[in-house]
Design a protein around this ligand. Structure first.
Ligand code: SF4
Ligand code: FES
Length: 185
């Protein structure tokens, strides 16, 4: 097993090669917010709320910590001014879609009281947790995305209705409650 040493927020952190920055930070007790991540699922990189600033070979870059693998000598800042600004903008974009639950909690934490963007409540932030959980963990595709761009939304597959009726394990993952409403219909 190869162990790499990186620096997260000034703290020397040792991590197994292949881990992500998010996993290494979590192991070191450093909290990074997430919305589309779940440890049981493959990284997806959709919400970008887990963005961090990395420095390697003198160059800085913003990356999604849930997808980016640790590297020896990497310097990571999880709460730089730039990162806070990015998270605030992301929350401003998400709040009109889903102004409750974890998104509202994060908005309050980051001092985002209102959004400059128009209200377009869908109660779904397209995080893909439900669709990926269904496919990757349950081996089913009972919930899926349909449409593209602004019309993209989740949909239940009619032929698989019986699967949802007895499963509902994705309920606890959904950051907006949308999947509960969908399956209740
Ligand atoms: S229904 Fe919930 S879990 Fe599924 S994509 Fe939308 S926000 Fe994510
Ligand atoms: S938690 Fe990393 S991109 Fe969503």
């Amino acid at each position: 097993m190869v162990i790499v040493t990186l620096n997260i927020d000034g703290k020397e952190v040792k991590a197994k090669e292949g881990m992500t920055i998010l996993e290494a930070a979590k192991q070191a007790g450093i909290e990074i917010p997430t919305l589309c991540y779940d440890e049981k699922l493959e990284p997806y990189g959709a919400c970008r709320i887990c963005s961090v600033e990395i420095e390697k070979r003198g160059k800085t870059q913003i990356v999604a910590s849930c997808c980016y693998p640790v590297e020896d000598g990497l310097k990571v800042k999880t709460t730089s001014d730039k990162i806070i600004k990015i998270r605030k903008i992301i929350l401003e974009l998400l709040l009109p879609l889903s102004p409750t639950g974890p998104i509202l909690s994060l908005a309050q934490k980051y001092g985002v009281e209102k959004s400059r963007f128009p209200s377009q409540r869908t109660d779904c932030i397209l995080c893909g947790l439900c669709t990926r959980y269904c496919a990757e963990v349950k081996g089913e595709k009972a919930v899926t995305f349909i449409g593209r761009g602004a019309d993209k939304k989740i949909a239940l597959v009619p032929e698989k209705a019986g699967v949802c009726a007895t499963c509902r394990e994705c309920y606890n993952l959904c950051p907006s409650g949308k999947i509960i409403d969908e399956t209740a219909v």
